[in-house]
Design a protein around this ligand. Sequence first.
Ligand SMILES: CC(C)(COP(=O)(O)OP(=O)(O)OC[C@H]1O[C@@H](n2cnc3c(N)ncnc32)[C@H](O)[C@@H]1OP(=O)(O)O)[C@@H](O)C(=O)NCCC(=O)NCCS
Length: 210
Amino acid sequence: MPSASGTPASRAHHAARASSLPADSVVPVTTPDDDQAGSHPILVGRKVTLRPGRPGDARKLRAILAEPSVSRWWAEPDPVEVIEEELRGDDSAVLLVVEIDGKVAGGIQYHEENDPMYRQAGIDIYLGGRFQGRGAGTEAVRLLARFLFEQRGHHRITIDPAAANEPAIRCYAKVGFRPVGVMRQYERGPDGTFHDGLLMDLLRDELTRA
Ligand SMILES: CC(C)(COP(=O)(O)OP(=O)(O)OC[C@H]1O[C@@H](n2cnc3c(N)ncnc32)[C@H](O)[C@@H]1OP(=O)(O)O)[C@@H](O)C(=O)NCCC(=O)NCCS
């Protein structure tokens, strides 16, 4: 969570300027004085910023989850209190806010399997309808994947869109994810029936550049 070390935006701005990487690079921004910075980073891209939650975010995220273009691929939106909890995170899962032009555009979540034998991470994402189809999802997933490889030390990341979710599959393929296989009748949709999911995975060297 944001701490006394300044607002996420001001910290991100400072760290982005301080970086020696080219201006259009995606830069994981963390500060050592923030207890949760290691798991709740601020990640700054060209179009999107991924940041920890702030008061009021959960209500906006719930409204986005209730939009038909999102809810058709996600379950019934959770109550605000549950989303607040997800923003706080726990040992294995963290929800970050996707911000575009200073607005809450959606949520992106990662979860970690920490059994050493199977250590890996997974990603989920949703954007509000007016933020879809502008390359923001591709950039957000790429930013988070880079963070998971470089800062969290993972070697493999999975993602599991509905097999019929063509924009999501295309978006993840652009980041470098490859189809592993169809998981038959994997998840229950809003219509109450089970539908297929596509398991996709990404190894460290396969992450594409922006
Ligand atoms: C899935 C999602 C994260 C993708 O993010 P996005 O910002 O909309 O996607 P991008 O603009 O980065 O890229 C989408 C790609 O899919 C393509 N695409 C869009 N509609 C498509 C369709 N019906 N069939 C095939 N490809 C399609 C786009 O053209 C683009 O590829 P291109 O850049 O090569 O043209 C976002 O649309 C979203 O949140 N959707 C609603 C919730 C959801 O489905 N979440 C994912 C659950 S796994």
